[in-house]
Ligand binder design. Sequence first.
Ligand SMILES: *[C@@H]1O[C@H](CO)[C@@H](O)[C@H](O)[C@H]1NC(C)=O
Ligand SMILES: *[C@@H]1O[C@H](CO)[C@@H](O)[C@H](O)[C@H]1NC(C)=O
Ligand SMILES: *[C@@H]1O[C@H](CO)[C@@H](O)[C@H](O)[C@H]1NC(C)=O
Length: 504
Amino acid sequence: MMMPSAVLLVLSFVGVVVGLASAGSSAHLNIRFPEGQAESFIKALNLVPGAAEVSFIELDSPKLVESPISIHVHGDPDSSISAEQLGQHAGYFRLQNTHASRMFYLFFESRRDKASDPIVLWMSGGPGCSSELALFYENGPFQITNNLTLVWNEHGWDKVSNLIFVDQPIGTGFSYSSDLRDIRHDETGVSEDVYSFLQAFFEAHPEFRENELYITGESYAGHYVPAVTSRIHQGNKAGEGLLLNLKGFAIGNGLTDPEIQYKAYADYALEMGLISEEVRDKLNKLYPACDLSIKMCGTSGKVACVASYLVCNSIFNGIMAMIGNVNYYDIRKECSGSLCYDFSKMEIYLNQPSVKDALGVGHRKFVSCSPLVYEMMLVDWMRNLEVGIPTLLEDGIKLLVYAGEYDLICNWLGNSRWVSEINWSGKQNYSTASTKPFLVQGEQAGIMTNFGPLTFLKVHDAGHMVPMDQPKAALEMIERFTHGGSLEELPFDIIKQVVNDGGM
Ligand SMILES: *[C@@H]1O[C@H](CO)[C@@H](O)[C@H](O)[C@H]1NC(C)=O
Ligand SMILES: *[C@@H]1O[C@H](CO)[C@@H](O)[C@H](O)[C@H]1NC(C)=O
Ligand SMILES: *[C@@H]1O[C@H](CO)[C@@H](O)[C@H](O)[C@H]1NC(C)=O
């Protein structure tokens, strides 16, 4: 749910909050578009490319235009495969179900075993923040140095998976359209577009069709991930298109069930010593109106949903008013910059002509987080995306919800509460399951609760962006989740580690 530099990345989610917290409650709520302003909105949305760009992907070009990227990275990729042998691709997909959308993605084949490692799709939040925020600052194959070169990330998730970063909804990152009707404002549109992208991806890559598929993301992707996973599952059940080998989904510090998560803000802030009991009690008096407005959003749609966003965020804003310049993605830190972190290197890096050439993105300007995509998705914000999850769990699709313990905006408390409230056959057993340590090389990196296909993990010493703050634990987490499902450290892992440390 946030993503502008600190805000945008983490901020797929953050962007939203930042808008609210810093711009006041009305500046970002400009959701009516007078006719005359349409053109400037289109430009801001990266919707209308210049003439040169229109021709760079013709309307009648194949659905998927993908090419290998060759970007210089310092050092070697720390595997038996050389950088040249690694398959790293950038591409655009022409979304068939839209008027003129092009969805941008980056695809990194596994540095370990591309034939048997799973496919992991990652979506950052915002809404409107590019997944390149995660690529360069969290779990991607490389990181940007201060001198704007790239170095390998030894904890990139491509070390254990074939990793796809997609820029969506349309208007985000390098994705674009030349038709305003393609702008998304709900999870139906989002999930349809991503499903359509995945169909085209596997059509173009038959060699990956048997690999297990996992849908993952962070922050506002707490909305996207369940919606996309449900869409795939429905498509599979209905025998639509290619059968996708869907096995699980993971949400990191997400916003999924606002009714429960907005109630948790005051409790979390109290528990972390940010506010007093008196303030907590005052904030709790705001909650019934928020709760009612969320219920109205659930039944009557758009206007009620925007109203609900305003009403409920008075709780979050109330906390921010008390705690000042605290970084709401990591309460141990100060907020500096529009996204509370400095992600400016990425914008500079991606806007270099040589990099754009390597990525095949024409002259498109890269923006970490799009405020307009954010605004267009406001009606989606307070929707409850937990509702589709029981069916997935009953059908054995695994879910991992993880949360860094110092994040306020999508805090672990609210997340653990909605996970406990999922209405599925294992609810009772999950509620009585014992909490266990999450061990990484014998050290406790978090605590977890599991029953059957459902796992919740609270990650120690991390804020909103877990793979940035705890890269090693995050890599272990995704490897164990996608290779077997249990997050328990097996003796095998310890043995493997010993062998690795021994120089093999
Ligand atoms: C840029 O930084 C990287 C890593 O810090 C270093 O290896 C590289 O030599 C630097 N390049 C230049 C041109 O200074
Ligand atoms: C929980 O699921 C059961 C079975 O699908 C349903 O009958 C019940 O109404 C649900 N309860 C809630 C609170 O949604
Ligand atoms: C779930 O809980 C019920 C009742 O406590 C128990 O009988 C059952 O064995 C549990 N199921 C599993 C798979 O642990």
